[in-house]
Design a protein around this ligand. Structure first.
Ligand code: FAD
Length: 401
């Protein structure tokens, strides 16, 4: 039979190839990635790399030499331009590469911010090592960095920029940063964190335009009061890279549709990571997750599924962030039904606390901030039913809730 072909150069692709070899697959294995690097991890791009605490090589899923040592045909700088499901071939320009089984790990790309795109002003998105290098260059004492979007990426960039001495303005249309995920009370903690580190955080702000100037650019706001910048960083979310799948006729709906074993609508094709919209057997609905942990586990699960093992991805979504001296972990997924109560335990001013999102008696998500002993309790309680009043009572130990 033909080779296993993996399309992508992120974490899902990197973990999948490692798992294929670990699981004893010794057949032909080809990795095609559009980027000029072996598969790498992105979380350090907005943190350690911008802080100058890590370099590009620190992000690699496997070190450079691993692929040759494991007889993996890694082709960097290789963009797949088409898929022929009937012929079981991927198309790279004029070349066709046959496969027996195919894994799509094409990830996601930043959502474009229309007002900035034709402005001619210095605008950056953050998804690749090259993006990080370009932004890092601008993060010096007194440089004026404007950030559009107070989501995870925008806030991490703001944190790294401030720690490099840059002047930072963050523009967000919602009333709080991360409001949809965290709810008002916990979102306010993040707002205060950034303000206390000197970020000019402007909430409820409507951007009406972006204009180039002699020395950079200006963001125009509905409220007047334009924001001049040396660099504008856009972080308004990502969209899954589905063009190949869509054009080939795979089922696509906010990502490539896969079952819990990460199989697409074609029996020879799997999808994993940010691009996969997967059935979740525990949550009982479809889910497309844009987090490191899911990409990592998806890569491994897809590899085993591809080799005929009966496996499912049934982990709850898990996410982490680091901003200034705040480290946090979040588990769960409230989904479209959301939450009706947020319980906070501990010291939000001192930035050591846990937060819990409830729907009725069910804990739909939990988070620990600088309270690493609570990690296990967060994992244990999310998805279970509790007495909300006991959870809210600081006197009751988490272990007894
Ligand atoms: P990606 O990493 O997007 O990789 C997809 C790859 O496929 C890319 O290399 C792309 O070039 C390639 N590709 C696409 N189309 C083609 C084609 N046609 N041919 C060939 N190659 C193609 N998550 C967390 O949980 N915590 C964090 O703190 C965190 N921080 C982050 C910080 C930043 C700056 C970013 C960008 C992301 C962060 N994430 C974080 C999210 C996490 O990095 C993603 O969930 C993860 O990268 C998804 O991996 P993936 O392999 O699915 O896709």
């Amino acid at each position: 039979s033909g080779p296993i072909v993996v399309v992508g150069g992120g974490l899902a692709a990197g973990k999948a190839v490692a798992q294929l070899r670990d699981s004893g697959y010794d057949g032909e294995l080809v990795v095609l990635t559009a980027e000029d690097h072996p598969p790498y991890e992105r979380p350090p791009l907005s943190k350690d790399l911008l802080l100058g605490e890590a370099g590009p090589d620190d992000t690699l899923v496997q070190e450079q030499g691993w692929y040759a040592a494991h007889d993996v045909d890694l082709r960097t700088g290789t963009r797949v331009t088409g898929l022929d499901l009937a012929a079981r071939e991927v198309v790279v320009g004029d070349e066709r590469i046959g496969y027996d089984r195919l894994l799509l790990a094409t990830g996601a790309r930043p959502r474009p911010f229309a007002p900035a795109d034709d402005s001619g002003a210095p605008v950056a998105y953050l998804r690749t090592l090259e993006d990080a290098a370009r932004i890092k260059e601008q993060l010096t004492e007194g440089r004026r960095i404007a950030v559009v979007g107070a989501g995870w990426i925008g806030l991490e960039v703001a944190s790294s920029a401030r720690q490099n001495g840059a002047e930072v303005v963050v523009l967000e249309s919602a009333a709080q940063p991360l409001l949809g995920v965290l709810g008002d009370e916990v979102a306010a903690v993040f707002a205060e964190l950034h303000r206390s580190h000197g970020v000019d955080l402007r909430l409820g702000t409507e951007v009406t335009g972006v204009r180039a100037t002699d020395d950079g650019g200006v963001v125009e706001l509905a409220s007047g009061d334009p924001v001049p910048f040396d660099l504008l960083v856009v972080g308004i979310g990502v969209e899954p890279v589905v063009e190949l799948a869509e054009a080939a006729g795979l089922q696509v709906d906010d990502g490539v549709l896969v079952d819990a074993s990460l199989r697409t609508s074609d029996p020879h094709v799997w999808a994993a990571g940010d691009v996969a919209n997967a059935e979740h057997p525990v949550l009982g609905r479809r889910l497309r997750v844009e987090h490191w942990d899911t990409a990592s586990r998806h890569g491994e699960t897809a590899a085993r599924s591809l080799l005929g093992e009966s496996v499912q991805h049934d982990e709850l979504p898990y996410f982490f962030t680091d901003q200034y001296d705040l480290g946090m972990e979040y588990v769960g997924h409230p989904g479209p039904e959301g939450f009706d109560r947020v319980v906070v335990r501990g010291d939000t001013d001192g930035l050591v606390f846990t937060a819990w999102w409830l729907r009725g008696r069910e804990v739909v998500a939990g988070m620990q901030v600088n309270d690493w002993d609570a990690t296990d309790e967060v994992r244990r309680l999310v998805g279970t039913e509790v007495d909300p009043d006991r959870l809210a009572d600081d006197q009751v130990a988490l272990a007894d809730v």
